[in-house]
Design a protein around this ligand. Sequence first.
Ligand code: HEM
Length: 459
Amino acid sequence: MAHLLYYSASILVVLIVLFVIRNKIKKTLPPLHDNQDTLEMFRRSKQSHELALLFIKLVDMDGAGNWPPRVDHENWPAPLRPYKDIYLQLIPFLAVDVKLAYNDEANIERRRDYRASMRKLLAERVDLSEVKRVLALPEANQWTDMSREAYNGFYCCLAVCRHAYRWAMIPVVKVAQLETTVDFPPELDLPWPNLQRMFGVEADSGNNTANVLHNFDNNGDRVYKINVSLAQPIRDAEDVFFKLFYDIEDMAVPIYWSMISAVMAFESGDKRSCLRHVRNVSTHLRTLLSVFYDNLHEQRISVSVWLSYIQGFQGWGVGHYIDTKLVKYDGLSGNHVLFFQALDAFLGIGQYLTDENMSRYIPYNQRELCYGLRRHSIRNKLKTGERLDDQIDQEMSEIIKKIRVFRSAHRFRVMPYLEQPAPERLPMTAGKSVLKGDTIKEALKTLDDMMVTRIAETV
Ligand code: HEM
């Protein structure tokens, strides 16, 4: 009896400790910010400058009145609800311990079972003609049955259902990586082009907006998780990793305001105000980058779990045939993050993604903002020898220095995550799919070269 009491007490203590650690991790995640004051300033300026208008279009159309976007994961028209239920019902079966993922035959069977379950549930519960009817209304700009927030929520849900079906097993394994096409159930395939048209994105895969930014409810909780049935450290690393991207975009809002204000001031001849706004970009940038520095390290996101459990879901690496040509798509990458593209454009640094990849992965209104910022970049309009111009130039050089340091730190920090041994898979990044090269060293060299080139371009 004494033994029994002793064991029960020990288990209780362990549970309490785990609970405290878990809550501590939750509490250290920064809360959602309220950007309404900043957005109000944008609204007041939208008539007077193209960039303010482009930003407000992004906020009011894609963001449902906020940035990062407002998303409603609850109040959907009835025909769409089964999708969320099915994702949540099947997700405990998606991820397994990596030790169970080394056998091709077993992996094929697991993939077949997962896909069969999802296909069956979708066929039983989704009325496709009703889904089409409901989704046709927003495309005709009728928001009577569904709010924009809810539309954003469904975009996320369909995207993550597609990613879950594509891999059908986490960790990502070789047999799935070697697929070139996937026969998606009609419930996952037919509505996708509607959503992609609305956002102005072309890829079969999801993107940072759909899979990450839209995956938070208005309390800042992630809705569609991946490793729900695995150990707590894996789940915590997953939460921290994706929250990081959300927080970067959240903290970017005052910087978008400062960048656009700097342009507006410069173009109206008020260089003193322009200098003040450029200084603000620099100051806020330090805080924003601290989200990256404080989170992307071993204590917050363990190197031993990231590659096998966290990255793979967001990959893609399959496509479809147009005539006899296979058009293949990549999955998500940090290179989708709006903030870094917008800042590069403001500074007049060349675009990182090709135009084709911009159209595939970056929503139309985000692209337009970046193109606008590049068109209005003031850096090459500064006149050497004029005091205020020189000061603005100097402030911009400070920003470039910070972003170069970020890119060097990013390169240094991400490599151990990519080098982590993962015998269950071929070398792959979510954003670049399966990598070419006979050894992991060769495969990663291509990525390293891309990062080195980008650092060199950051001048
Ligand atoms: C372990 C986590 C990460 C890994 C392994 C990783 C890896 C990479 C790689 C290999 C590239 C170059 C290839 C490409 O464009 O896809 C890249 C690009 C990029 N990543 Fe990451 N990344 C990670 C996390 C992050 C985070 C947390 C951010 C910022 C929120 C970020 C932002 C970027 C950006 C902006 C680019 C485009 C290149 C640039 O602007 O410098 N990455 N990443």
